[in-house]
Design a protein around this ligand. Sequence first.
Ligand SMILES: [Zn+2]
Length: 407
Amino acid sequence: MGKFFYLCDKLRAMDTWFGVLLLFILPIFFALGWFAARMDIGAVLKQAKSVPEHLYQSLDALIDRKSNIAARSLSEIVEQMIDDKNNDITAHALGLSLGKLYRQRGENDKAITLHQKLLNSPDLDGHRRHQLQFELGQDFQQAGLVDRAEQQFEALANTEMAKAADEILLNIYQQDRDWKKAISLASKLAHDETTYQFEIAQFYCELAQAALFRSDYNTAREHIQAALNANRKCTRANMILGDLESKENHFQAAIDAYTAIEQQNHDYLGMVALRLYDAYAAMDKAGEGLEVLIGYLKTFANLDFINIIYDKALALYGETRAAEITTDLVRNAPNLLGVYQLLSIKISDLPKQWKTDADMVRTVVGRYVQKSMMYRCRHCHFKSQVFFWHCPACNHWETFTPNKIEV
Ligand SMILES: [Zn+2]
């Protein structure tokens, strides 16, 4: 029993000690907590104040189209974040935007430095690393460092960024005129919605054209066939085949190749009109060749080789017959080019008092024809006096009108 009271007394004593202890320690804990809380809140407030302020500044500047101010404000935040080695997800996201802004402003060196710096972050996970490599590739590409761009994009194969990287790589290969790599990549990228059949056929045509240029006829033939396999409507493949057959003095085969374009897309017949006539002429069938061209022009009014018909008819049958043939064709389907040709023909028949004025009209119409008749890209509306298979403005293939049109 005595032992029990002894324990109770001890506990009471401990309780007193504990109470005293609490009395001293608790305020210290409170004070520490208060300081800790103050410090955290201070840091948070500092960050909350500084980051949004610069962000708002840059957003504001972007809205006002002051990209130099926007880039400067954004770079202050990103640099601070990189130096602090914290908030790296935000730094990464802002870094991507800032890099794009730099590229937009043509400051490719700044974009490269920034993305390389972000890539050195030790905590970078796979996805963010790939995003940065993709951006860096674009920086290099825009800076004209194509080899280094290629390396970045090729390194993204088998990652979630592979498709986007491959699409840019396809453009780079085309710029480099590396048609074999372009064919292989376009075949890999092809799917149900985008088959790349026009592009692949054109890449083969580029190879065929180059082979023909160096008189490697067998290789040219293989590439032409591959182009037609990719796109059986590829008129360019038949044009190159016709040229190849002509070079090898197989004129009937050349005629077959050129005339096959009628079934593929008759709008392109104008591009081979002269070559087709020459193949007939080489077989001593110039008259037959001219009849074929006249037939085309009667059937397809938008073809633009009335001048070829006049020139060849003039050489074959003389001025009177050439004028008759041309006049009939123009009357059949009048257009600007035809009218100009008609004026040129009729001018010699006019009485002397009309001749000077008619000549003036012809000159004015001629100037207008020169200015307003052009090839035009159906995709981006780029206009040119020269025909392109590959639009230099939008990089699309086979988008140029095959005949000059009024623009
Ligand atoms: Zn275009």
